[in-house]
Design a protein around this ligand. Structure first.
Ligand code: PEP
Ligand code: MG
Length: 604
């Protein structure tokens, strides 16, 4: 090869964790979908710097106008209390201190307004943070938000960082937000490779719902993969091949063909029941977020929606949906799924699902703070509006209500009282609803798990949210996705709790469904059946795979497996045992590739 020829991209294999399974092939598109944008800094003449002040004033009026619009819409739908949250930001935006600081920096240092604003905000935040009064320290957070809004307006970029997506690309990014994945539908993105993130982060759950193969925890992906590299994303074995050699391509052509055969075999299961080899019927529902998921669930004939994460439709709006808008969303969804039941979970915002138009005060540990039912009880108008929309729909469609993040009896009773109030209100106005609408509680905190026997007296059903339950039982972050994360659904403590939950619910005669992500992994199906679960709600794209796993498992063999696994006291042993079990039962597996083979530098 002569020195003048362009360097051939070297083939390589990179490892990651399978977050959404499947196979993908495409050219790499590198993007920074979550990192805050770097603020540009430019030197300029005095005349130019003076003009920058005009840009600042224009950005302030545009941003203030937008903020007032959002505030008015929140006031309309949620009332004055919630709308008041915007007041502080509007005042800060108009404040002469900020304008003077930006003006001085632009003129004295002759820099562009973005750089001046960034510096002024950092300075003022530092000043606020040194004040003793907690009220003023809090304003520091508002000030940061104000700065972000103004920078967005200056860049005329108000949507999350999503680049133009060429059809058939594989997105490679350091981090991925749920709000970004929510916009990917229909863009032809074939695969996702993320340096961080976890298996139960909401961005991952959405990717799974969209059936986009995804690998997470791919160390240094954005530096090891170059834009335009040809990639094979093997989201079965958890590896990526960059610029693969012909023999690897041949092996993956074969695997793609095998996968297609397997997928058409799975389609043959659509009309067959989810029943174990020894004849035990299992309820198999779908987890849904957006209306498209309900269509996907109906296409595979799910027994209904076991978990409708309503916050996902709120995430892609630019305002808080009114009662009527919510009614229309829920109606469209339930319509697709009837006669199956749609279990509508009340808004579970907060933590990793903040709504851009509903800014909450900052918390040091958001996942331990206000979210789920706690947050709804703190914002009664939000709760009231959603309950009205669901109850109205219950007059015509089989819907049930599910309460997220129940911590104990007091929260449960407070939520029930709110439900009874809305029922009384509708009855007084002669508006039809189902007075016997079923009410369920999510079991996703250790306190709810401990109290399940008592909670059983107050609800009609349970749904086990293992994504959070694992996080809170093990004190391990479900989102951070560090390589050696202690977040382990197969931890012996988790499995013991799951076995107890299934047993107690059965003894109390209350249906219990498992809707966390472990239910969507066929490698766990036999174990979960063996632990006592007879009802699952899974990602629509995985439903047939789970049905296949159920139909190939005998209950007595599943119970034997669970008995064995419950005897282990080490996560590592449990994982090894189940890996071995799954390698014998898995209907499809990736080709064996010697670890050294792809690391060669031979050109393609
Ligand atoms: C869970 O926590 O398992 C769950 C289903 O809820 P989410 O993933 O939306 O928090
Ligand atoms: Mg949860």
């Amino acid at each position: 090869m002569s020195n003048l020829e362009p360097e051939q991209p070297a083939p390589a294999m990179i490892l990651g964790e399978v977050a959404s399974s499947g196979l993908a092939r495409g050219r790499a598109l590198l993007c920074d979908c979550a990192r805050p944008s770097v603020v540009p800094r430019r030197q300029m003449s005095e005349v130019e710097a003076t003009k920058e002040i005009e840009r600042f004033d224009a950005a302030v009026s545009a941003a203030e106008g937008k903020l007032l619009e959002v505030q008015a819409s929140v006031r309309r739908t949620l009332g004055n209390g919630e709308a008041g949250m915007f007041e502080a930001q509007i005042l800060l935006m108009r404040d002469a201190t900020l304008r003077d600081a930006v003006r001085d920096l632009c003129l004295k240092e002759r820099i562009n307004v973005e750089a001046a604003l960034d510096e002024a905000i950092k300075h003022l935040v530092a000043v606020f943070s040194r004040l003793a009064d907690p009220y003023f320290r809090e304003r520091g957070a508002d000030l940061r938000d104000v700065g972000k809004r103004l920078l967005d307006h200056l860049a005329q970029n108000q949507s999350p960082a999503l680049p133009t997506l060429p059809d058939g690309c594989v997105l490679v990014t350091s981090e991925l937000l749920a709000s970004v994945v929510a916009q990917l539908e229909g863009h032809g993105v074939r695969g996702l490779i993320v340096e961080k993130s976890g298996l139960t982060a909401h961005a991952t759950i959405l990717a799974r719902a969209l059936n986009i193969p995804m690998l997470v925890q791919v160390a240094e992906a954005t530096t090891r993969i170059r834009a335009g590299d040809l990639l094979i994303v093997d989201a079965l074995a958890g590896r990526i091949f960059t610029n693969p050699k012909p023999e690897i391509l041949r092996k993956y052509n074969q695997l793609e063909a095998d996968l297609q055969i397997h997928q058409s075999a799975l389609k043959g299961l659509i009309d067959l029941p989810a029943v174990t080899r020894d004849g035990v019927e299992i309820k198999l529902c779908a987890n849904i977020g957006q209306t498209a998921d309900a269509v996907a669930a109906a296409n595979v004939k799910a027994d209904g929606a076991g978990l409708y994460r309503t916050e996902f439709i709120f995430l892609v709006q630019d305002h808080f949906p009114s009662e009527e808008e919510q009614y229309q969303f829920y109606h469209a969804t339930a319509e697709h799924l009837q006669p199956g039941e749609t279990v509508i979970r009340l808004l579970d915002i907060g933590s990793d699902k903040p709504l851009p138009y509903f800014p909450l005060s900052r918390e040091a540990n958001p996942s331990l703070g206000r979210r789920g039912t706690r947050l709804l009880l703190a914002y009664p108008t939000v709760l009231h509006t959603q309950l009205r929309a669901i109850l109205r729909l219950s007059a015509s469609h089989p819907v049930a209500i599910l309460l997220p993040m129940i911590g104990g009896m007091d929260e449960l009773r407070a939520a029930k009282a709110a439900l009874e109030n809305v029922k009384a209100e509708l009855a007084a106005a002669d508006q039809p609803f189902n007075p016997h609408i079923l009410l369920g509680a999510m079991i996703e905190t250790p306190s709810a798990a401990i109290l399940i026997g008592q909670l059983a007296g107050e609800v009609d059903f349970f749904s086990v949210g293992t994504n959070d339950l694992v996080q809170y039982l093990l004190a391990a972050d479900r989102i951070s996705g560090e390589l050696a994360s202690p977040y382990e659904p197969l931890h012996p403590a988790v499995l013991q709790v799951l076995a107890t939950l299934a047993t107690v619910a059965k003894a109390k005669g209350k249906p219990i469904c498992l809707c966390g992500e472990i239910g969507s992994d066929p490698a766990y199906t036999a174990l979960l059946l063996g632990l006592g679960f007879r009802s699952f709600s899974v990602s629509p794209g995985r439903l047939l795979e789970i049905k296949h796993a159920i139909r190939s498992t005998g209950l007595s063999e599943a119970e034997e497996l669970a008995r064995k696994v419950l005897q282990f006291n080490s996560t590592r042993d449990i994982k090894a045992y189940l890996r071995d079990d799954w390698s014998r039962r898995s209907p499809i597996s990736s080709p064996t590739i010697p670890a050294s083979a792809p690391a060669t530098t031979a050109p393609l």
